[in-house]
Write a protein that binds this ligand. Structure first.
Ligand SMILES: Nc1ncnc2c1ncn2[C@@H]1O[C@H](COP(=O)(O)OP(=O)(O)O)[C@@H](O)[C@H]1O
Ligand SMILES: N[C@@H](CCC(=O)OP(=O)(O)O)C(=O)O
Length: 374
């Protein structure tokens, strides 16, 4: 399918809207802009599209409401502002969506809702049920309670993980720029829009700078991180300017008003997607050349005999990175044994595991069904 056809065929779409689109430079909500956006979303829903919105703007709206001149610096400051602003955001979404006959709902996520498999499945089931009820889930990070260890940090990454979790057909990131330019268009007058990206390389990453205003988080850097996750999961992603009145209509008609990232041809099963994009890696297994060949070229499981060195603190069922002796990361997987058990059985044949541990729950350290090669 061409990218145009993929855009036209997208039935389930995640739309992420940045603070720079939802709020004015005063930090207060940009009601006109939100109205235009919600009208388009309602119209897509009327066309039968399934929509999931990832919204930013809580911190900025909270700041606008309280009337703080300076942007928040500390985590408690951001948390307090988010606590004020999230309610404002939902109030306005609820009001305008209702006017257009649609039902929005709120979901606030922390990183562990995605990294812990049980919670991931819960979040997924809830979102799918809401879509089933013709509701538009509106997702934000749970800023008020998320501290560093459990934070996504930015909604670009969150939106890509949500697109993956919900098995969306398309991820749209609406910002205050048309797309990715050859430099930050705010500071580089010669910067030109890049309409299509087929491969994310270090050159492209080098063009991306941070946020454009003190309301945004991450700028183009986090949007490229999102594109890596999304395209690897087989989902095309578009960055476009949220203030263009008919931007969403154009996209679903197959037009590209910004930068489109074409997906990598790969269709991982849902469980493998969860492993591949799991942000909470608990350790690292270094494996020898033979084991690397078995994993990468023959689709085999990782056996204890191929494990050379171990790092981290993992329990049975945790996700670990698998690296070569040159420290190149080649895979990620769910381990069948804890770190102390792998330490004891590394280098051994599977037939020797029982003698060593006094039991043998599994032949493999990581079964191939729980392994994703990079
Ligand atoms: N190479 C680039 N191309 C386009 N924009 C860039 C680039 N590098 C940095 N930016 C900045 O990224 C900003 C958008 O990101 P951000 O401020 O986080 O907004 P949002 O709230 O939409 O996420 C733009 O306003 C721009 O200043
Ligand atoms: N969760 C935060 C937004 C974080 C974020 O990534 O902001 P942005 O770069 O504007 O998408 C909030 O609601 O204020």
């Amino acid at each position: 399918m061409s990218i145009k056809e993929e855009l036209q065929a997208a039935e389930r779409i995640v739309i992420k809207v940045g603070s720079s689109t939802l709020t004015h430079p005063t930090s207060k909500l940009n009601l006109g802009q939100i109205e235009v956006l919600v009208r388009q979303l309602a119209d897509l829903r009327n066309q039968g599209k399934e929509l999931i919105v990832v919204t930013s703007g809580a911190i900025s709206a909270g700041r606008g409401k309280i009337g703080l001149d300076d942007p928040p610096r500390t985590i408690p400051e951001k948390q307090a502002l988010a606590s004020v602003g999230q309610g404002l955001l939902m109030q306005i979404y609820e009001k305008i969506f209702s006017e257009y006959g649609q039902i929005p709902s709120q979901i606030l996520l922390t990183r562990s809702d995605i990294t812990e498999r049980k919670r991931y499945l819960n979040a997924r089931n809830t979102i799918l049920k809401l879509l089933d009820y013709d509701i538009i889930p509106i997702i934000n990070e749970n800023d008020t309670i998320a501290v560093d260890e459990i934070k996504f940090g930015d909604n670009d990454t969150l939106s890509a993980l949500v697109a993956n979790l919900a098995e969306a057909d398309l991820l749209v990131i609406l910002s205050d720029v048309e797309g990715i330019y050859t430099g930050d268009p705010r500071t580089d007058e010669t910067a030109e829009l890049i309409p299509e990206v087929n491969e994310i390389d270090s050159e492209l990453e080098g063009l991306a700078q941070g946020a454009g205003t003190d309301r945004g988080t991450g700028g183009m850097i986090t949007k490229i991180e999102a594109a890596k996750i999304s395209t690897k999961a087989g989902i095309p992603m578009i960055i476009a300017k949220g203030s263009q009145g008919d931007v969403l209509r154009k996209i679903v008609q197959g037009e590209n008003p910004g930068t489109v990232f074409t997906p990598v041809e790969q269709n991982l099963a849902a469980r493998k997607k969860w492993i591949a994009f799991n942000l909470s890696v608990q350790g690292e297994l270094m494996i020898d050349e033979g084991a690397a060949d078995a994993l990468l070229n023959h689709g085999k499981s990782l056996l204890a005999c191929g494990v050379v060195e171990i790092e981290g603190e993992f329990q049975t069922g945790d996700v670990v990175d698998v690296v070569t002796e040159d420290k190149e990361k080649i895979a990620k997987g769910i381990v069948n044994y804890s770190i102390s058990e792998v330490e004891a059985i590394k280098g051994l044949q599977s037939t020797e595991i029982e003698d060593k541990l006094g039991y043998k729950d599994y032949d493999e350290v990581i079964h191939r069904d729980n392994l994703v090669c990079m």
